[in-house]
Design a protein around this ligand. Structure first.
Ligand code: F0G
Length: 489
């Protein structure tokens, strides 16, 4: 159980084709519906041009997120049957604790109901008003929790991080020179921790290197500052380290994970991504840090042997932890992403390179240069792609940002349409369908216009907000689609 079997990942096709190969078979399936374009347009209108507001029967390929949507393995599903229902002392939790200890190497494991719950508890335990928090890049829920507790976020990404077309292997690195400058300016006492996010989500699923982690650790030690790791996408980051950091070419994923985790003081994660279940955890080997968060978990999440999770999910999480050390599992999503990214890039369609984790990130500013950032090009592109294909992606741009004190949008650094690849969910022909429709949309990109808010929540507005097109562009788009595709779906 502890040593996950791995298959060598290099599979060459005699034909010379460079395509991903599924190293699993499909045994349970879910029927999908591809609705006619008029119905898709109506569904988009009813959803207020926000893909979060769509219902799944209207969606063909759900590429909104990999959060809680990865395919489960047979071992995970079967483990759920032996779940030990108990408020306290559940053996399901004991198995999860053992799994996390073995995979991350941390002594203490505290379950929480999902990633943002960990962020809530950690922010409450460590941040006081006026604190400054350095990180490689923010994540939406992370920023919201840290700011609500009075912290100020500083994103110390490297110069390469926001360059769309790049071959830099580690765009998720934290710039250590900037870190030293920040510590000098504010003083270590105002820095509760340095946060590193594995496979940095909002800049295109880009990893950091172990060399960079070591440099961060060194600076942190010089100033007695804690290092916090958001490990929600740690498996993929470890996979990229094996692929891209020469020193670790021959290391096992298990060893890379232990090396990464050994360089930080606290780890938290959303297991919705790590292991395809719900839940998450906060992990540390330091008793003082464990005690700081433990009682808050009891207050906000539930007893320390379930933390808001069901015992079934806890069992599946435990198996998922071991599976994270299996190259055939963690390479699956990155290899499909790489295929789509490379095919788009070859055709000059703007997309974040090198390919990262989580999804294919289309550069909406490059795709729709005629739509200004205040008219939300990434949101418009997400809506347009859904209308012409039934593919649901997620806006990761200015809609996912916030407004300043004067009520103006704080423009996002990058405007991205994220097409997530939950692990082992989509096939190659489905991926080719996405590619085909994106090629068509790029050719007809001049037809796509902007969006404006008609109903805008004040917190995390991208989830529940409603928008409307700034012109009748959806109608023009549908007309052109029908011209080119006839009665094809
Ligand atoms: N940290 C990272 C890096 C994440 O990607 C997420 C969630 C969270 C924290 C919060 O975890 O959803 O379990 O509360 N990302 C999802 C996404 C929502 O679609 O990218 P959560």
């Amino acid at each position: 159980m502890n040593e996950a079997p791995t298959t060598p990942m290099k599979v060459k096709f005699y034909s010379g084709e460079d395509i991903p190969l599924e190293l699993h078979k499909v045994r349970i399936v879910q029927k999908l519906y591809l609705r006619p374009i008029d119905e898709r347009r109506k569904a988009m209108e009813a959803a207020g041009f926000n893909t979060f507001q769509l219902s799944t029967p209207d969606v063909f390929l759900d590429m909104l997120t990999d959060s809680g949507t990865n395919a489960m393995s047979d071992n995970q599903v079967s483990s759920m049957l032996r779940a030990d229902d108990a408020y306290a002392g559940s053996q399901s939790f004991a198995r999860m604790e053992t799994a996390v200890r073995e995979v991350f190497g941390t002594q203490y494991v505290i379950p929480v109901h999902q990633g943002r719950a960990a962020e809530n508890v950690i922010s409450k335990a460590f941040i006081k008003p006026g604190d400054v928090i350095p990180m490689n890049y923010h994540f939406t829920t992370t920023k919201a929790h840290m700011e609500m507790n009075g912290g100020r976020i500083f994103e110390l990404y490297t110069d390469e991080a926001l360059i769309i077309k790049s071959s830099h292997p580690f765009k998720g690195n934290l710039d250590v020179t900037k870190l030293k400058g920040l510590i000098k300016e504010y003083g270590a006492a105002r820095i509760p921790f340095i946060r590193l996010e594995a496979s940095t989500n909002l800049i295109g699923g880009q990893p950091f290197s172990i060399a960079n982690m070591r440099e961060v650790r060194k600076v942190a030690d010089q100033h007695g500052i804690i290092v916090l790791l958001d490990a929600s996408l740690i498996g993929e980051n470890a996979w990229f380290i094996k692929q891209r950091e020469a020193k670790f070419k021959n290391s096992s994923i298990k060893d890379i994970l232990l090396t990464m985790c050994g360089l930080v003081d606290i780890i938290y994660f959303s297991s919705r991504k790590v292991s395809s279940t719900r839940g998450g955890a906060i992990c540390t080997s330091r008793k003082d840090l464990f005690l700081k968060v433990r009682d808050l978990v009891v207050l906000y999440e539930g007893f320390v042997t379930y933390g808001g999770m069901s015992v079934r999910e806890i069992e599946a999480l435990a198996i998922g932890m071991y599976e994270t050390t299996d190259e055939t599992v963690i390479s699956q999503s990155p290899s499909f992403i790489a295929y789509l990214v490379n095919e788009l890039d070859k055709r000059g369609i703007p997309v974040i390179t090198p390919p990262g984790a989580l999804g294919c990130h289309v550069d909406a500013r490059g795709f729709l240069p005629h739509v200004s950032q205040t008219e939300y090009p990434a949101g418009a592109l997400a809506a347009a792609l859904f209308i012409i294909s039934g593919v649901r992606g997620m806006e990761r741009g200015t809609i996912s940002s916030v407004r300043d004190d004067k009520g103006n949008d704080i423009l996002a650094d990058v405007e991205l349409l994220r097409l997530a690849f939950p692990r082992r969910v989509f096939t190659l022909s489905q991926t080719k369908f996405v590619l085909d429709r994106l090629i068509w949309l790029y050719k007809n990109r001049g037809l796509v216009g902007g969006l404006k808010f008609v109903d805008e929540p004040t917190v995390l507005r991208f989830f529940m907000g409603r928008l409307a097109p700034t012109s009748n562009w959806p109608e023009r788009l549908v007309r052109q689609f029908k011209k080119d595709f006839g009665d094809s779906l």
